[in-house]
Design a protein around this ligand. Sequence first.
Ligand SMILES: [Zn+2]
Ligand SMILES: [Zn+2]
Length: 764
Amino acid sequence: MAQLRLKIQVTGIVQGVGFRPFVYRTALQNGLHGYVKNRGDAGVEIILEGQELAVQRFLSDLKKKKPPLAQIHNIITTKLQGRNGYKKFVITKSSNEAELSGSVIPPDIAICDECLSELRDPKDPRFEYFFITCTNCGPRFTIIEKLPYDRENTTMRQFPMCSFCLSEYRDPLNRRFHAQTVACPKCGPHVHLTDAKGRTLKLKDPIRKAGILLSEGHALAIKGYGGFHIALSATKSEPLTRIRNVKHRSQKPFALMARSLKAAKTFAVVTKKQEELLSSYMHPIVLLNKSRQYDLSELVAPELHNIGVMLPYTGLHHMLFDGIQDVAFVMTSANPPNQPIVKDNDEAVRNLGDIVDYFLLHDRQIAHRCDDSVVRIHSNRNNIAFIRRSRGYAPAPIKLDRKTKNCVLALGGELNNTSCILNGDKAFISQHIGDVDNVETRAFLENATKHLVRLTNSKIETVAHDLHPKFITTKLAQDLAKENGWQVIPVQHHYAHAAGLMAEHNANDIVSICCDGYGYGSDGEAWGGEILLCTNTAYGFKRLGHLEKQPMIGGDLATFNPLRMAAGILQGHVDLEPWLLSNKKHFPHGETEIHLILQQLARRENMLYTTSCGRILDAVSAVLGVCTERTYEGEPSMKLESTAIGGKDALNLEPTLKNDLLRTDILVAEIFENRHKYSKTDLAYSAHAYLAKGLAELAIEKAFQNGVKVVGFTGGVACNEILALKMQRLVEASGLRFLVHKEVPPGDGGLSFGQAVASGFFHS
Ligand SMILES: [Zn+2]
Ligand SMILES: [Zn+2]
């Protein structure tokens, strides 16, 4: 029998997913000797000795029977010289060697069914242990400080295993064999409840007590895997009003954690696809339509037709619902205004002590913040639109169909930011960072990015950023380039969105409809309703058309007060003064402000111009009285979409194109003229129909003119279900392919990805 000695290197997501135990068992089954170990580049190294046939079987099992959470990207085998020297197969000490790049550790994973049943089993040693985990579940990304993924490199370091946990950790037949997060009530992290000042309350059962306090109407800050949540009753209006007042968040929707899927169905409609996603190991927040029986407080998601819901993803979350009747709690990320999510206990008490009544804390440190992910599924087509891609997803890579020669880092834009590393054929997008408009979020972006570079062992050569000269991320990119000698590539905002779409689908030439609130245009103006032609053979794009330019009276002020936007568009079409005066209470300076606006309009002073689609939706929202003050990003257009649900195209306007511009003044003026004639619902729907028809028609025409067979839809507005589905119907009816994002957010959370692929794939 031929004997073989082999060195095998495996890259992908192979640490923290039970890969070594799997290799160990597979080697034993095939009678092979040697070792397996984790390496500092997030990969796994195996030495095998034995009969050639057995080695072949092993290699086939490696691919076919891998653990559920493992992702194998590459298996490199090298024949070794010399004689066999191992007497058995062992899991050996990890090494710091970092040679290969592109492997990464897994995201945090929701509690698995086996751990959940042990949590509920009075005979189990981990009965009611809030941080019960195994090789198949638990935190990963948020506890890892450095590679290789060993307990001493995570924040579990401070909790040495007891003899019981150690015996399971060492037992090859146990589910917790080499599980780094293994812990029990004796040796693992502890949980305690404190008052608003952080003073510990002596209690036997702090978690269930916390659930009761929530149910009674108290506000709690609860420490989870990747940061703190503020938790509240979802049925009582008093705590919701109080928190909304102190957080200055009068309208922004809060997410809910439902006790169970069954409980979620008592207040929301859950489709099969949504059910799958809610229960997946990622456990994201999924936007669900409120059902007719919706009986939670209207203050949870005011004036919206849908609501963000997630299911409990740790033992602690499950236990919160014990012994009370609540079907759901409000669970919203705890972050002070414009700051990243709070992650440390003392920071929480300092920043949230004035807001909440109690803290539910545990004593394990969070190494890296990670907010919950938010996903929307567009019905009928089951298209997935990421609003935020974070916990459960980051830092797992997105595999692409082509490879970059240059390793690229992209720093995104300003709002809802992420960073992205493009390494070979894989894109690693960071967790959600937030709005990078101050030092704290800049520091978070920088740290998260450096961590991601280390985790993936990437040798960056190029850094990409937004074309906007004044963004903090632009400055950061320039600083990093100078420091490290990297090439710098600025990428126009809407081109980045379109390039992302092309890379995700491996599309060659597309006409892309790019709609959002704001992006810095190549001409320095504000863009946001663009028709771009992009090809994969050239870096850059051709702007083939866009929405008509509209004035923003007072510049950015018009973003916050959509009535200003409406006034600018309606000027010359209607008698503005009486209408504005009837809306006087929505202007902070009342009549004085209105007269100044009229004066500025007449003289064309103090105005910027924008082609933004978001701003048109804002203006319609204001004209219909749906939303006249913007208290959070996207509010007027989100409420307009909610108003349009179930409506019909009462106005049935034919899109008016002027050269390659879609006129929007006609739309807003028609809505205005008919505002008392038709229902708000039908008018809101008519506005969506006009924009969808107009943009789709323009894109279809341009596609045929340029011999392109694919039309894409991207930008934050692509999360809008009515627009996306209507455009899709029109484009497909014309015989063209229609593309939307699948794995990357269409909004600015996907901007870094688009910048990276534009620079790595299309730039030369
Ligand atoms: Zn488990
Ligand atoms: Zn233990």
